[in-house]
Design a protein around this ligand. Structure first.
Ligand code: PHE
Length: 507
């Protein structure tokens, strides 16, 4: 019989009388374990060996377990001190016994919580009794620790008392480790094959261009691949799920003709709110909702003529029917610095010409950047999140254009069931919110806010055509794409690593 060389080696090294593990075989043959496992599976399929899997458990001491193995378990030390002060005759005060035991800090609590459980005595109303018949030498937990400290490798957990082991694990004094062990044993057919003679076949594991040009491929015997065999898992680096969605969003918007905006995370209220015709007494502008900066307190550099025009719009409004707020407007207030509560601050910077100079229609701009809000955290809210900001500037725009843009954008992510709801923003008219259906829960979730910028906002910025704009939530989009039901499953301390490793961001 002719077999690929690794299979010959495994067959020859395997035994009919006892299973041999793939790691011992690998070491003996000088191959890596994955090759041996692959060869073993092929031989198993051919009926020449039996491959079995089992889980092997080993036990090791934690640092705390090792310390107790050296110095004695805290409850044993307490018991010995109790005997020392005669608590087996007369109850002794806890303070006295603890003093005599020289246990300190957390060890006292540990000693007390195990003392009575293990029959060393009782603790009642500040007094401690010791039971004379208790025997620390017979303490099964202490004995197991001692056994493990001398040679953990020699201890087979199967030989240990399961209850004692559970208890030690609960006390975090030992750790159990499970390891998959794969073993190979020759079958009768395998023995017969070996007796009749097995030779390595000269097989090629890949087709090369020289085989093709020389025609050698015609005579070549190719190795068979077992693509169903287990292979070691290789965990390569991977972009975070949210980053993958953000990158995809960028690709889609660039593909739709948008340019990217950049700007500061900390910005003046002027750019974040005042330029958006947000009244200075708007609830979102109170310290409850925003993360204000303590230092520096304010921005020095603002374009004076723009400040003046914005102030005038707040007072008197703009356009034919504009009315303004008829409320005091304070320049100092607009110079205060905060983490931006939305990335619409980038849009005001760009639309005003401040960031990249005057812009002539048509223009399309976007950003996928962080915004910060002092919200209550729940399954759809975090204190910081990513907004997909965007706007289109053109002579003539309508809500139809907005709806069409969203339909086209969300289709790229397989979302075709958008719903729109009329909404209110101080800076857009008309305005509407966007909703999508969560693939797992079926709930309608809000995924964005949008509208057509008002004249009161655009006039002071010096824009005299239409601008439609939006802020979409990247995390909510990611929830619809991946099926994550809680925003905290996407990022933050609670995220499941397996989710990050395996989640598919559909392209
Ligand atoms: N700034 C709005 C928000 O954070 C989004 C938005 C941007 C709405 C532009 C309309 C126009 O919800």
């Amino acid at each position: 019989m002719r077999l690929p060389p690794p299979q010959v080696a495994v067959l020859e090294a395997a035994s009919a009388s006892e299973p041999r593990t793939t790691d011992t075989l690998a070491e003996e043959i000088g191959e890596d374990e994955a090759t041996v496992a692959g060869a073993a599976f092929a031989l198993d399929e051919a009926g020449l060996v039996d491959v079995t899997d089992r889980t092997e458990t080993s036990v090791s001491l934690t640092d705390e377990g090792r310390a107790y193995a050296d110095e004695g378990l805290p409850e044993v030390r307490l018991y010995e001190a109790a005997l020392g002060v005669g608590a087996d005759e007369e109850p002794a005060s806890m303070g006295e016994v603890i003093g005599a035991s020289s246990l300190d800090g957390g060890l006292v609590d540990i000693a007390l919580s195990n003392y009575a459980r293990k029959g060393y005595g009782s603790v009642e109303r500040g007094e401690l009794r010791a039971d004379r018949s208790a025997d620390p030498d017979e303490d099964s937990e202490a004995r197991t620790l001692a056994e493990l400290v001398s040679d953990a490798d020699a201890v087979d957990p199967v030989d240990l008392d399961a209850d004692v082991l559970d208890q030690l694990e609960r006390r975090q004094l030992v750790e159990r480790h499970d390891r998959a062990v794969r073993a190979v044993r020759l079958t009768d057919d395998g023995v017969t094959a070996l007796m009749e003679g097995v030779e390595p076949a000269e097989t090629a594991d890949r087709l090369t261009s020289s085989m093709l040009t020389s025609g050698a491929w015609r005579e070549t015997e190719f190795a068979e691949y077992n693509v169903a065999a287990d292979a070691p898992e290789i965990r390569a680096g991977r972009a975070h799920v949210l980053r993958q969605v953000a990158d995809r969003v960028t690709d889609v918007l660039v593909g739709m003709g948008f340019q990217e905006m950049e700007g500061p995370h900390v910005d003046a209220d002027f750019w974040i709110n005042d330029c958006l015709f947000m009244p200075q007494d708007h609830p979102a502008r109170t310290h409850w909702d925003r993360f204000a900066l303590e230092s520096p307190e304010r921005i020095d550099d603002l374009p004076e003529d723009l400040v003046e025009r914005v102030e005038r719009a707040h007072h008197d409004g703009a356009g034919e029917y504009g009315d303004g707020y008829n409320a005091p407007w304070d320049e100092d207030f607009s110079r205060a610095l905060a983490l931006r509560g939305h990335t619409t601050s980038l849009s005001t910077r760009y639309l005003s010409g401040y960031q990249v100079g005057e812009l002539e229609p048509p223009q399309r701009y976007f950003s996928v950047e962080k915004a910060y809000r002092n919200d209550s955290i729940d399954n759809t809210h975090l204190l910081e999140f990513f907004q997909i900001e965007g706007w289109v500037m053109a002579e003539e725009l309508s809500v139809r254009d907005l709806m069409g843009t969203f339909t086209e954008f969300y289709e790229q992510f397989g979302i075709t069931d958008l719903e729109f709801k009329p909404h209110y923003n101080p800076y857009t008219e008309p305005s509407f919110e966007l909703f999508g259906t969560h693939p797992e829960t079926g709930d309608l979730i809000e995924i964005g806010n949008s509208g057509i910028f008002r004249q009161e906002m655009l006039d002071p910025l010096g824009v005299d055509c239409d601008v439609m704009a939006w802020g979409l939530a990247l995390e909510r989009l990611a929830m619809l794409i991946t099926g994550a039901e809680d925003i905290r499953d996407l990022h933050g301390t609670l995220v499941d690593l397996d989710f990050l490793r395996n989640a598919e961001v559909i392209y």
